[in-house]
Design a protein around this ligand. Structure first.
Ligand SMILES: [Zn+2]
Length: 353
């Protein structure tokens, strides 16, 4: 079998809203329709069989990304957590990025889906199936009023922290080599946030939590445990990756993990260098399947937010990944599960039908 654009890939994480925000906001949204210098746009999605995914709203820290990526090319690194961002500063940025998402919807690029049934009917319809996700809850106030309002606007997934502290908890710093057990977990506000998300049907994303925070969510949430964009610690001992003990807890909760394409979380040596063969991604997938089972593994590309393997710099390249997977021996049923079915299954369970 050659490289194909099916099954469609539904993806656990992208940062295209941040990129469009930085490129001028709604005025930059047209470039998503016609083609832009980046990982995801409509023509590339059609070419690669990218069916949609979690569109993150993310408030950037003043820390220079170039500096961060440069540090992460070194054989070992330990980036300090950026400063806390006040709600007053974060909220307007959350509004701006969410407005870009709805602008893309109005242009016909995507549909913001709020139920699993909508995801299913939108996938393959010609529009991208999008989930309104917040990465790092700086835009949510302690009383959770913003959470209530954003839920009504379509918010269905949230990470209590990015790799930074919020009033809800503490993120895991980017450190290699390191285990994820760095720092304290959720605050009392964080526990309340998780419980309210459970009641409303908002998925709680574990990806940027440290290990203490991970176990706090496991203790207080009744839903499947989900890490939208994280990899295997046993292969790449990065603080952002999941230990086999964490994978066991995710399996037990019937949750899932989305494979992150960011090279620093894929490579054995943890360096942010793009020379990564697709076989390295298959090693992570094999390990995830071994520890989670075939129903609990998917993708979480981090497209437009990370340096990814040179063969996959745009979602138009995804047929190369499918080809490598089928050549590796993944059968049709497994391909469908990994490419989108597992995400639909977990979201059905988390949001309710
Ligand atoms: Zn992330």
């Amino acid at each position: 079998m050659g490289a194909t654009a099916s099954p469609l890939i539904f993806d656990g994480h992208n940062d295209v809203l941040l990129k469009l925000f930085r490129a001028g906001g709604k005025s930059a949204a047209e470039s998503f329709m016609t083609g832009r210098d980046g990982a995801i746009d409509l023509p590339a999605a059609t070419a690669g069989g990218f069916g949609g995914g979690f569109f993150a709203v993310y408030v950037p820290s003043p820390v220079d990304l170039e500096f961060k990526f440069e540090e992460m090319t070194k054989p070992a690194y330990d980036l300090p957590l950026p400063d806390l961002i006040a709600w007053e500063d974060a909220f307007p940025i959350v509004m701006s990025q969410a407005a870009i998402l709805f602008d893309l919807e109005r242009r016909g690029a995507l549909k913001v889906c709020t139920t699993a049934a909508e995801l299913r009917s939108t996938l393959g319809s010609g529009k991208l199936a999008a989930i309104f996700h917040i990465e790092g809850a700086e835009g949510i106030d302690a009383d959770l009023n913003a959470l209530e309002v954003l839920y009504q606007a379509g918010l269905r997934s949230i990470g209590p922290v990015w790799s930074r502290s919020t009033i809800f908890g503490h993120g895991v710093p980017f450190r290699y080599p390191s285990d994820p057990d760095i720092g304290t977990g959720l605050t009392d506000h964080g526990v309340r946030l998780v419980k309210r998300c459970d009641e409303l049907g908002i998925m709680v994303d574990l990806s940027h939590l440290n290990e203490a925070g991970f176990w706090d969510v496991a203790r207080h949430s009744s839903k499947p445990l989900v890490a939208t964009h994280s990899n295997v610690h046993a292969i790449c001992p990065h603080s952002r990756n999941l230990t086999d003990k964490q994978l066991a807890a995710i399996r037990e909760s019937d949750g899932m993990v989305g494979l992150n394409f960011a090279v620093a979380f894929l490579r054995d040596d943890g360096r942010m260098l793009a020379e990564v063969p697709l076989e390295q991604m298959l090693r992570h997938l094999d390990h995830l399947i071994e520890h989670l089972g075939e129903d609990r593994v998917g993708f979480g590309s981090d497209y437009d937010g990370a340096i990814v393997p040179q063969e996959l710099t745009s979602c138009a390249g995804l047929p190369k990944l499918r080809h490598a997977m089928t050549k590796h021996g993944y059968n049709d049923a497994l391909m469908t599960k990994l490419c989108h079915e597992n995400w639909l299954r977990v979201l059905e369970k988390t949001w309710g039908t």
